[in-house]
Design a protein around this ligand. Structure first.
Ligand SMILES: Nc1ncnc2c1ncn2[C@@H]1O[C@H](COP(=O)(O)OP(=O)(O)OP(=O)(O)O)[C@@H](O)[C@H]1O
Ligand SMILES: [Mg+2]
Length: 366
């Protein structure tokens, strides 16, 4: 059975636990029973699970996955068959505590079931055409990013304190509101503030400099102040449930792992922390890909005393964080208001550096 194209398959925002399906009449139960082989219903299913539903997991369709294993996998951030199909044996064993041979079998049967698989490159190219870009306000930094921050994937800004991470997040939350010919998406932003550093004053300054009525600029940013890591993860869901979500093209998480680091101290807690972080990152990646949103995360850096050449510090969070963001930018302070951005990871852009400044009006050319 084909999946109707166009609008999302499911609509959330339901408080009565009744689903509203955007499907032709009669298809509902069939899709439901078959475990909904599409990521487009992900939000609804998650929403429902968090309400304590007993609906079977989509993952149970995979040979060798019963309710217990499905639950374990979901807790580690694997919520779709496609997600399992793309996972490595090591990921499943270390994150979900599943034995290697079982993990191998699960992955193989997920791969057989997965509806994504081979696609010709022209289709992927077409998909890439739907990607929009948001200007950072710095020509050099935009060029380094291939024309600005892109929607549909995750970009990480890593750097020490005062390197400009939060300023960049504010600027992007304003610039996403600009029309496309001025480097925006004619859209709105969502901002998860984990450190209490979101400042409406800065938005007002930046909006004025871009000729956006300040009040309008503020109204176009949904802000969630996250007080701990659980709350931070919940906010990702709440943002998707917000009636304004449809217009959101930028989701900021500033900073990504501050709470996780503070709450999970010591080596003994590391595995648990990474597991939770992995789930959070999967949620964010999915929002980026499914809703064509630019997800921006910020990350602190820690010193690498053994490195004598190149960048002396390394973004925190280990491999899980390092591999999640498609694009990683390392920021460092230069003289006065000047900042240096280095592209450290991109699937298609060359490495390079850009200079920009932070001035009262926001991010600017150096
Ligand atoms: N109104 C302003 N006018 C000019 N520059 C400003 C203004 N507000 C902030 N800045 C600059 O931005 C810097 C702070 O940058 P930002 O808050 O983005 O750092 P960060 O990388 O997020 O640091 P942290 O890791 O502490 O969160 C300040 O040191 C200052 O140089
Ligand atoms: Mg900051």
């Amino acid at each position: 059975m084909g999946i109707p194209a166009g609008k999302p398959l499911a609509i959330i925002g339901d408080t009565t636990h009744n689903f509203t399906w955007d499907l032709p009449f009669g298809y509902t139960s069939e899709y439901f029973r078959r475990g909904l082989p599409t990521q487009r219903v992900y939000h609804t299913r998650l929403h429902n699970l968090s309400e304590g539903s007993t609906m079977p997991s989509e993952l149970e369709k995979i040979e060798g996955v019963g309710p217990t294993v499905a639950q374990k996998l979901e807790e580690c951030g694997f919520r779709t068959i496609e997600g399992i199909a793309a996972a490595s044996v090591k990921e499943l064993t270390s994150l979900a505590g599943i034995g290697a041979s079982t993990a191998q079998k699960i992955i193989e049967s997920a791969q057989r079931l997965a509806s994504i698989g081979l696609e010709t490159a022209d289709k992927l190219w077409k998909k890439r055409q739907t990607i929009e870009r948001i200007t950072t306000n710095s020509r050099e930094l935009d060029a380094l990013l291939g024309g600005g921050v892109e929607t549909g994937s995750m970009t990480e800004f890593a750097g020490a304190f005062r390197s400009g991470k939060t300023q960049l997040c504010h600027q992007l939350a304003v610039n996403v509101q600009l029309p496309p010919d001025q480097g925006g998406c004619d859209a709105t932003a969502a901002y998860i503030d984990t450190e209490g550093t979101f400042r409406p004053e800065r938005i007002i300054n930046m909006a004025q400099a871009k000729n956006i009525p300040p009040n309008q600029a503020l109204k176009n940013i949904i802000v969630g102040r996250a007080y701990n890591s659980d709350h931070q993860m919940l906010l990702v869901q709440q943002i998707q449930d917000n009636p304004q979500f449809e217009k959101v093209r930028l989701l900021v998480v500033d900073s990504l792992i501050g709470h996780f680091r503070a709450e999970y101290l010591g080596r003994g807690m590391l595995a648990e922390r990474q597991q939770k972080l992995n789930k959070h990152l999967h949620d964010l990646l999915r929002v980026a890909e499914i809703s064509n949103i630019a997800v921006i995360t910020t990350n602190q850096v820690h010193a690498q005393p053994d490195v004598f050449f190149g960048a002396p510090d390394r973004p925190t969070g280990g491999h899980i964080v390092a591999h999640a963001a498609q694009t990683r930018i390392y920021l460092r302070k230069s003289k006065a208001e000047r900042r240096i951005a280095t592209l450290i990871d991109s699937p298609y852009l060359p490495e390079g550096e850009a200079l920009f400044t932070i001035i009262p009006q926001g991010i600017s050319d150096a």
